[in-house]
Design a protein around this ligand. Sequence first.
Ligand SMILES: CC(C)(COP(=O)(O)OP(=O)(O)OC[C@H]1O[C@@H](n2cnc3c(N)ncnc32)[C@H](O)[C@@H]1OP(=O)(O)O)[C@@H](O)C(=O)NCCC(=O)NCCS
Length: 501
Amino acid sequence: MHYQSLAQLLREIQYATGWSEQEIAQHAQCSQSTVHRMRHSKGDVAFSVGQRIQSLHNEYIGCHHAVHPIREIVPYLRTHRRRIFVLWLASRLLRQDYLQALAQDIALLNCLDIAIVVVFAHQVPCKEDYSDQINWPEDILPAADAMQQAISDITASATHLACMMSLPNRHLHGVSTPISQSNYIIGRPVGVIDGVDMLHAGRVRKIDKEMILSQLQSGHIVLLPPLGFGMEGDIFLLSATEIAMQTATLLGADKLILIGDQVVSPQTHPPLPSELTVNDVHERYAAHPLLRVAHSAIERGVQRVHLVNARKKDALLREIFTRDGCGTMVTREPYEKFRTAQRADIDGILRLIRPLEEDGVLVKRPRVDLESGINNFVVIERDGKIISCAALYAYAEGHCGEISCMVTDSEYRMAGRGNKMLQMLEEMAQVMEMHYIFVLSTQTTHWFLERGFRLATPNELPVSRRQTYNVQRNAKVLLKWCTVPVSMDISGQAEHGEHRL
Ligand SMILES: CC(C)(COP(=O)(O)OP(=O)(O)OC[C@H]1O[C@@H](n2cnc3c(N)ncnc32)[C@H](O)[C@@H]1OP(=O)(O)O)[C@@H](O)C(=O)NCCC(=O)NCCS
């Protein structure tokens, strides 16, 4: 068996079981030194030992992989409990086969103690499909006969959708979900615009917040069709997006989830990024109708807006219960925060660096060192999880700093996060007026060389670091001058904006 694969299997077994090398040796019926050699891909190993490691892996990692998704989901279950989500469904969805699966997933959310309001759009018979727009465009004139038809279509859609959501759920051993549907919205006519009477086109005038909240509290899904009732008993056609946005704002919803099923060609419409801030939407996607809705909703105070494509399997559940989702999430602030570390991050940092310390990629660092030096760290936090970290330790002698503990979680590599952290550390070094930064690396030499470092010798390290340099480890020393404004006085040695020793 390939040594590297064996080393990987051993790492995973250790991670899943918490066993020491000695305990693994007992289970694999071999010596501890054999396990040690395997972990570091050194020397020979008997075929039978390799096979035993493989079966230990099957035994322990098979079940570890099964629980991994549960570990990811549980924090979301806790966070979303008793929160309010407003779901907006595009008009076309109501005619699709996958509506049933979607309706059942919505019911599942309700069973997980998430308060759900569902708003669905209806396509008004007119020149274009404006049902998914925020406001009525001026050329929609729902005439009396078209209005009758629209009301009966919307009523039929509401009944159909309510039925689908309340059916005994196949994922929940037949539990059925109560649906509440009533006159929760009071409408008003759009009126006459530029001399044109907009007839039955309406605007949201009032939403019965108390009634909706009381229905949600008693475990009902609240279904809001795009209709508003006037004080005189008349009925108006409303924009579903307006209802969704206003309801989400009024109820202080945690999420507004816009579910569509657009088929777009990747050539003409490149896929949207998985996360966007309102600024990104404003700058790059101002013409995108649903992102415009997302933008407005966030401006009105909704925390997060998600765009989900119902054509993707389990899209709604994946978007809500996984860290990376499968749609597009719009927030006010970036979803990933890049910042200096705090004491509360220590466990997250340890989770990142410990496996690499075990493998000898990083030098082992006791927790107490991390606690005392936490101010030297920068981290990237993604929805509460630390996914990258790096540190810059200053050396007064030589005016320099050492970069260490540079790690990105293996699931998030290759996306420029390492680069971003290095840039941040370099900026910190400049602010601290360091002359140069260095790093000791055994396996990432080229990564640093490609980013402007050069190979140096241990003799070029500051004296105190030279004394602790581990000759056995034989790490390469890489060094980079700090770029500083040429005007800065650095003993007359500034040249092309670089410090010299
Ligand atoms: C090095 C590391 C921090 C980079 O993180 P990252 O978030 O993936 O960084 P970036 O996305 O900015 O860089 C990715 C690039 O680095 C390259 N790279 C990754 N590991 C490398 C290595 N060991 N040697 C050379 N290049 C490497 C990738 O191939 C990719 O190259 P590309 O941009 O040409 O496609 C990450 O690979 C890691 O955690 N490694 C293990 C820990 C480690 O070795 N740390 C350094 C010791 S101080």
